[in-house]
Design a protein around this ligand. Sequence first.
Ligand SMILES: Cc1ncc(COP(=O)(O)O)c(C=O)c1O
Length: 390
Amino acid sequence: MKPICLPTDILRRRKSCKWATMEPDVIPAWVAETDFAAAPAIQEVLTEMVAISDYGYPTLTDGPQRRLRETFAARERALYGWNIDPCDCMVITDVVQGLYGVVMSMSQENDGVIIQTPIYPPFFNVVTDCKRRLLENPLIQKDDGSFEIDLENLRHLAKDAKILMLCNPHNPTGRVFTRPELEAMANIAMEHNLIIVVDEIHSEVIYNGHTHIPFASLSPEIAARTITVTSATKAFGIPALRCAVIHFGSHVLQHTFKNTPRGILGGVNTMGLHATIKAWDGSCDDWLHGLINQLQENRDRVTAFLKKTLPNGRHAIPEATYLYWIDFRDQNLGGNPARTIARDRKVMLGEGPAFGIQGAGFARLNFATGPDILEEILERLTHEKEVPKK
Ligand SMILES: Cc1ncc(COP(=O)(O)O)c(C=O)c1O
């Protein structure tokens, strides 16, 4: 099934931040949201809820929440052969909330927390807002543009850390870490008794030739020190619906997390809960297959464009995610190319420096849009022309 690519006149009617915060002559390609119509099975469940004004409080831990935990466990088993018990999962409202909850409940003020930079900006906020010590382990960029973990530095930082935060697949570089890479990180975590919190929100948008491996599936010993946070929001384009799942690899970790005051965790959005069940219960698999084909075409189109237009940049070809980490360093666009590009070429990219100091001279292009809009974006990036007011 091919996803429906929404045209700009419809996208500009949306109330969510990607399009609604833009001037009418700017095309947004920044925040990680998609420009496609949602999968029919998700639309159906939401339409029914809207039709009967089903806006009441969510049920608590049983009923649909249990169904979501079971659906999640079944999906992880089917996709990755990862066998988990639904009772080891909790439904929360969003992934970033889960990261905060883990860091707050599993460490003390001033404990060291390692992140792999450049990284999705809230990873910095989680550590600094919680008054933990930020330990940055910059990824190594190779000549072909791809990134890898600096294991030597990780081993060094681990001596002084309590938690290792990982994003796999990695935002913004689009890396899908391989089994040997994950195992090497896991060994370091074991040697230094680290807790690992892994954000796997991008795990369902993986391109040919790459395989997602849940970190906690590496071994029972690793699972026992790993907390996994994920949601259906990225692949299925439903981040407004606020629903995520957190899995604990041991009862001790789960118990410790449960010390987080319940009011701070809030309550899950009922629409999000039911949409996520539909996303993961197999009803949307054809749709997702079509989406990934479209995204892979888009990714390849951007790769060809970069080869021709920015051949000297070291661009990381995404192995997963719909985000392209583009190197504008030889373009004289300054440390924050996204700003200059938004002003002069009327395309809003993600600002590289927001992802850490390694992001200077880079910008992140979200290519989860229809081919026509993508062409318009690339056309604008090519020419420093006057863009007509639309
Ligand atoms: C790696 C990563 N984690 C978390 C999020 C946000 O997830 P949530 O809206 O569930 O907090 C994003 C959104 O772009 C992301 O890229």
